[in-house]
Design a protein around this ligand. Structure first.
Ligand code: FE2
Length: 68
């Protein structure tokens, strides 16, 4: 149950430039509202920093542990 709950908040990292997508913040400049899970982002969305598509993002599993 906890895994399903946290999935909405999963962060994803751009493997090209290191940009991290945080669902809690969204990407207002890219038209993504805060609270939008990565899975719910349209396929037309691209990295705001380097412009690659969603396929170039990977799940960040250790983010919570890295940030105090
Ligand atoms: Fe990027």
């Amino acid at each position: 149950m906890e895994q399903a709950k946290s999935k909405e908040k999963d962060k994803y990292r751009c493997i090209v430039c290191g940009y991290i997508y945080d669902p809690e913040k969204g990407d207002p400049d890219g038209g993504i509202k805060p609270g939008t899970s990565f899975a719910a982002i349209p396929d037309t969305w691209v990295c705001p920093l380097c412009g690659v598509d969603k396929n170039s993002f990977e799940l960040v599993r250790d983010y919570e542990e890295v940030i105090p």
